[in-house]
Design a protein around this ligand. Structure first.
Ligand SMILES: [Zn+2]
Length: 91
């Protein structure tokens, strides 16, 4: 059964999408041996990676960065355009 993924399939709570970014700030080392007060470069490298987790702290629903539900082969989560969808595999 295909459904829009707008709530946790286990407990019905809201979900969050965690988008992972990697930041690196590059500082110049001055003659005094200290770092310059301002970063020389401010690199923002988005790692194309993210996962979905349930906002209920008592719920274990969580996907990995491939949107696979860990410890559970029951759900198939995917993105269609901007919409996340969930497909419950019938056994
Ligand atoms: Zn949940």
């Amino acid at each position: 059964m295909e459904d829009i993924l707008n709530k946790c399939p286990l407990c019905g709570s809201n979900l969050e999408y965690h988008s992972l970014y990697q930041f690196s700030k590059v500082y110049k080392i001055l003659k005094s041996g200290k770092l310059s007060s301002r970063p020389k470069r401010d690199d923002e490298c988005p790692m194309e990676c993210g996962f979905i987790s349930c906002m209920n702290p008592d719920c274990e629903f969580c996907t990995n960065c491939d949107l696979e539900v860990e410890n559970d082969g029951k759900y198939n989560i995917y993105q269609e355009g901007e919409v996340y969808k969930i497909n419950e595999k019938s056994t």
